[in-house]
Structure formats: C-alpha cells, structure tokens
Design a protein around this ligand. Structure first.
Ligand code: F6R
Length: 237
C-alpha cells in the first residue's frame, strides 16, 4: 500500500489526475471502475481539462459503473449513472461503458454486469471514495471480501450522507453495487479521501483489523494507493 498526503483538495485532484492519466497512457484500453460522490469530482474536472487541452486521450478506455440506486424512473436526476455520465464519461470522451441495466430485474442486471466485466478481463483501475461508514461502492457493513455484485438496502449512515447530493429529493433506499469481489480483484485501486470527517474511518481502514464491519479495510489486500488530504490523514503517520 502507498499512502500520499496532499495539502488540500486541489493538490489531491492534481495528483489523482496524474495517477489516472499515467494508467491510461500506459494502457489506453484501460477498464476503470468509476465512483461518483463528491470526493472525485475535482479529479474528474482536472482530467477533463487535460483531455480538452489535448494532453490526455481517454477515448479507448472503458468506464464501469460502481453503483446505482434502484427504483428510479428513466432520466431521474438522482441516477448515479447520469452523474457518472456527466462527470466522467462524456467530458473524457469515453466511448465504451459497462453499466447496470435498470430495465432488468436486479438479479439479472447484476448477472449481466458481472458477465460484461468478466468479458473485458476485469478492472484495471478502481477509483473509489470512502464511505463515512467504511462502505465501498454500496457494499455496506457488514460486507466481506467475497460479497457479490447485488441489490441491497442502504444503511441509515449512507442515506444521510447521500442526502447531501440531492437537496429536497429523497434518497432511494435500495441500490445495486459492484461486489467486493469485483472491487478487490481490480489490478490497481486508487482510494481518494478528503476532509476531517473521514479521519476516523480512514484510520480504521488503514490501521484497524480487516473486518466485514469496515469493508474498506480489505483494500489493504489490494494493489492500493491512498491519496488523502491533510485533514483526513492527520494523526496517521
Ligand atoms: C459513489 C460511491 C460511494 C462514495 C462514498 C463517499 O459512487 O460508491 O461509495 O464513494 O460514499 O462519498 P463522498 O465522496 O461523497 O464522500
């Protein structure tokens, strides 16, 4: 595991964009598992800037959806795929996407997702945020390392952290997530962590026991790079 501590969100975004661009330059057909949420947004904006400036070409990469709410009508503003499309897929000029098909019933959507991920030989790079309760994607505690791609009910912590995204709109209570097994078998994992409110959960993820009660702790068994700002990393070293 590598831990890098950056001064603030802006420095973290620049470093994360360097990391992701490095992976894509090395293998243009990279398959990237893409978190939404607030943490990676500046990073994606920096990648967009580089693409627009002609410094980076992401057109051969494949973007893979990490998670999605269940039960939303087509075109609902809360769709996590919609967020990923606006923040990552379109601005980076990505042509190929693997996503959860909301027209299918959940079990079939998960089975198809797993088949498509297997069909591209798995994930080269997982870009992840850290849930306030240690979730990865929507692998809520308890989730062990073998937890499959599945439908689940969100915990109260996730409902309240996700409420910040949607203003007056309610947070859907059910979701689909790429399984822990998919995330942990990624060839590289980039975990981005910002803010003092993530300090305690980050310390537990990096220093505490490997436990289903903190799914992010299992990242230590992967080829992991953690980029954290000083506020999140204080007390770690
Ligand atoms: C988002 C996702 C979540 C977030 C996590 C952190 O697709 O899968 O696991 O990465 O909840 O969210 P932020 O970055 O908003 O603190």
């Amino acid at each position: 595991m590598t831990l890098e501590i950056l001064a603030d969100a802006e420095h973290l975004a620049a470093r994360a964009a360097d990391f992701i661009a490095g992976v894509i330059n090395e293998k243009p057909q990279t398959t990237v598992l893409v978190a939404t949420g607030n943490t990676p947004m500046r990073t994606y904006a920096e990648l967009e800037r580089r693409v627009k400036a002609g410094e980076l070409d992401c057109s051969s990469a494949t973007a893979v959806q990490l998670d999605e709410y269940l039960g939303l009508p087509e075109g609902d503003p809360r769709s996590l795929y919609g967020w990923m499309e606006r923040a990552f897929v379109r601005p980076l000029g990505i042509q190929r996407v693997i996503r959860f098909d909301s027209a299918l019933e959940p079990h079939s959507a998960c089975a198809r997702f797993d088949r498509e991920v297997a069909g591209v030989d798995g994930i080269d790079l997982a870009i992840l945020g850290l849930g306030p309760n240690g979730h990865l994607g929507f692998n809520e505690p308890p989730s062990g390392p073998d937890a499959p791609t599945r439908a689940l009910t969100l915990t109260p912590e996730s409902l309240s952290s996700n409420a910040a995204y949607w203003g007056e709109l309610e947070v859907p209570t059910r979701a689909l997530t790429a399984g822990m097994s998919t995330i942990l078998s990624s060839r590289r994992v980039l975990l981005l962590v910002l803010g003092a409110h993530k300090r305690e959960v980050l310390a537990r993820a990096l220093l505490g026991p490997l436990t289903p009660d903190l799914p992010a702790s299992y990242l230590r068994d992967t080829n992991l790079t953690v980029l954290a700002d000083q506020a999140a990393a204080r007390g770690l070293t």
